[in-house]
Design a protein around this ligand. Sequence first.
Ligand code: NIG
Ligand code: FE
Length: 460
Amino acid sequence: MARLLHCSFCGRPENQVGRLVAGPGRVAICDECVALAHDVALPAAIPPTGDLLLSEIDELVTNDARRGGLLGIVNDAAVAIREGRVTWVGPESEMPRRYRDLPELTCRNRAVMPGFVDAHTHLVFGGHRAGEFSRRLGGATYLELQADGGGINSTVQATRAASPAQLLDGAVERAGFMLEHGTTTVEIKSGYGLETRAEIASLEVARQVGRQLPIDVVPTFLGAHLIPPEFGRDPEGYLRVLEDEMLPVVARLATYCDVFCDEGAFTPSQARRILRAAARYGLKPRIHANQLGATGGVEVAAELGVVSADHLEHVDETGADRLKAAGVVAVLCPTVSWSMRLPQAPGPMLWDKGLTVAVASDCNPGTSYIASMQLVIAVACLDMGLSLEQAVWSATRGGALALEETDKGRITPGAVADLIVLGADSYRHLAYRPDQNLVETVVKSGGVVVGNLQLQGFSA
Ligand code: NIG
Ligand code: FE
């Protein structure tokens, strides 16, 4: 009989452990030891203080326009971090000697830039809609599928049926993927529960993601995603549930309230009513506007002065001027139109009008099952027509401004030290090599949370 393989770390044989991954020779590691290494050894290897020096950086994207251009590039740069905040940035030759005492991460032949801020996602959901996606490729439209019991409603069914632990597993898996691809702050909406219990559970899951992973989560209540089927003939009844039952409870779980104001979802007057009610509970407004048609969302956004108007596939110059005058950030979702084979939002026009533009993944099971901001940047350039510099800025500083996280999305003294190191010497590789994960190392609040410290020349 073949000799049993043993875990090289805890020594238990393969028939006593869940799963054993074998390496070369008879080296092997069981699932439990992998989890232990992850939970104990990795944090212990990373200085918990958030003090770090990134040195020998080939190309640093600061997003500090005072340094020239939109991205404020510094070459042969260094970034010093103390207690999770950037304290010094500039050409390394000018760096004061005192920063040499910091633990050092050498970034030779590498570009460093702010971590991505993904300002619009629907990460908490059950199930998937791959079948529906195939039907769309065959010519069915989003609204036809919705009318046929598909669309958001089918994800609502799957989400209600899932346990909180299952929802958490899925959301953590997707957020973990995001982190590995360079996202350090993510907005997460509820909106697939559409009943009080499931909406609360979704927001609790969103918040829990931020406790389980080194990623900041900004929770948004989207109870007004669709009128759920049980209120199909009584939208007023659902609005009352939103106002009287949900808002008073979710107010302590979320920062923002969002409404899907569009054909087949909520009307402008319903959106206005919900966002006003939310404001009474301290929830700040954002809105899904003009995604499927020019159905009045932009006007509501401008009238209420919402923090962001998202999607905007159907906005014209007049609408753009209104949003600009109201100080609304435009959050564009290029991978949605790409996945849906629909026209993109007029990103270049919105930039020319002087709006603050963010790009986001909108990660959700229906219209964009995509979580990498690197792909979002590529599609923003290749399909929406943004310049690479605009796309990179929008995925970092733009996202931060959309979430009112003003000390993120740039590498300037005082900023939160959320940075990524690319396995390439320039940000220019981002849209150019869209099938690669170019993020080699992720630094969150000054601590290395993703990456191979040895290969990076890390020395504490
Ligand atoms: O942002 N537009 C509304 N919400 C999502 C789609 C949700 C879904 O289809 O499940 C979006 O595209
Ligand atoms: Fe969305």
